[in-house]
Ligand binder design. Structure first.
Ligand code: BDR
Ligand code: CA
Length: 310
């Protein structure tokens, strides 16, 4: 099975991504590293443990990472995810421990100790932890098998500003370090995540699983959805972060292009914009596979099947 580290700021969609990974025997989750993002770090570390306990995985190592972006003040998204970051279902406070080691140390030590080219990084939040690890230990960069991350937007432009997607906007300097690192990178931008909407029929199929996990997931999705429905009148919420895990399980469901992606770090107006050279109109070298399309029915069939195993 494929070894992964999930770097996360849960978030209802992060939570569903974590559950999808924990339910999938093709993946070996080495640990969850938490970062400040949707909500401040004390809540993302809490929420990650809530999810592990829900999945019956009290043994999963969960690490606290960076509590603020590299050079900027933290911007959070309670307007989307609620006060706790995981509103929509009342779950018990977690009692499993948080590891003593810092998330960045865990990432560095794991990449150094595992055979080169075997560990995949799955960032689902701002890229602060990963960039800090790369800055501090550049020797680990060539050991990474692949980075599959949720972040960015091209045709779908922004969700936190007119020009930028949340994860990249929160820490654009970190995102720049990651996209310039030379690692193999696959990016799941809003262009693809806005294709996997939690329509009533899809949520009904998850609810029909009938397990406690399924009912918690539906509680989260109902809450998460109200934001998009109120704002855009959409037929459901985009399941951003689970796209990362689904891609590892079923890359055939996705289509993208290997292009040049640059991050805007200077302009106030377009800060955090991911400028993807989709049409190859520059000679800037390609550095990331930018996903543009997903088979949404296949995605939800996979998700529903896997959630039923928990
Ligand atoms: C991203 O931002 C967060 O709110 C979600 O968890 C997702 O990672 C979408 O822009
Ligand atoms: Ca997230």
């Amino acid at each position: 099975s494929r070894k992964i580290i999930i770097d996360t700021d849960p978030g209802q969609d992060d939570a569903v991504a974590i559950l999808l990974a924990l339910a999938s025997p093709e993946l070996e989750v080495l640990g969850l590293t938490c970062v400040a993002g949707n909500v401040p770090l004390p809540l993302t570390t809490r929420n990650a443990r809530v999810v592990c306990e829900l999945a019956g995985r009290r043994d999963m190592p969960v690490f606290a990472g960076c509590d603020a972006p590299l050079r900027r003040k933290l911007v959070t998204a309670e307007h989307v995810h609620g006060k706790t970051g995981l509103d929509g279902c009342d779950l018990p406070e977690p009692t499993m421990p948080l590891q003593d080691r810092h998330a960045v140390d865990f990432v560095i030590e794991t990449l150094r100790s595992e055979p080169a080219g075997t560990v995949t990084l799955c960032p689902l939040g701002p890229l602060t932890n990963i960039a800090t690890a790369f800055n501090r230990a550049p020797d680990i960069i060539e050991k990474v098998r692949e980075i599959v991350l949720m972040g960015g937007a091209y045709f779908e432009v922004g969700n936190i500003t007119p020009a930028a997607e949340f994860n990249i906007y929160v820490d654009p300097e970190a995102a720049e370090i990651v996209v310039k690192s030379g690692c193999d990178i696959v990016m799941m931008p809003l262009d693809v995540t806005h294709q996997v909407l939690t329509t009533p029929a899809r949520v009904t199929a998850i609810r029909a699983i009938g397990t406690p996990v399924a009912s918690v997931v539906c509680g989260w999705l109902d809450f998460f959805e109200r934001f998009d429905v109120e704002k855009y009148g959409a037929t459901g919420a985009p399941l951003h972060d689970p796209c990362v895990i689904a891609y590892l399980l079923r890359p055939d469901l996705f289509e993208g292009r290997f292009v040049n992606v640059e991050i805007e770090t200077q302009s106030d107006l377009t800060l955090g914009m991911t400028v993807a050279d989709w049409w190859h109109v520059t000679d800037r070298p390609a550095n990331a596979t930018f996903i543009g399309k997903v088979d949404a029915e296949g995605f939800f069939a996979l998700l529903t099947d896997r959630l039923a195993r928990l």
